[in-house]
Design a protein around this ligand. Structure first.
Ligand SMILES: [Zn+2]
Length: 82
């Protein structure tokens, strides 16, 4: 499960909480109102390092970004697993 931070309008914060990706309501233990879930920062990652992909096609394909990899997969009607 992803880790989230929660913030309340009273200033109380609850950090590093394991929670379902489907947003659930979290009640602030201080003021008993609903807390706001902040976007998980751990899902932000840098673009991939350029590499030669030998599994995409009969000839190796030079892949230099995630967007390009997505496009190359789409062109070949392939789906990335894992
Ligand atoms: Zn509160």
């Amino acid at each position: 499960m992803p880790i989230y931070d929660f913030e309340c309008s009273c200033g109380n914060k609850d950090v590093d909480v394991y929670d379902s990706p489907v947003e659930t309501e979290r009640i602030c233990p201080v003021c008993k109102t609903g807390m706001r879930r902040l976007l998980p920062l751990i899902h932000i990652s840098p673009d991939l390092e350029p590499y030669l992909d030998e599994n995409l096609d009969s000839l190796p394909v030079y892949v230099s970004s995630r967007r390009q990899l997505r496009d190359e997969l789409k062109k070949r009607r392939l789906v990335q697993i894992g």
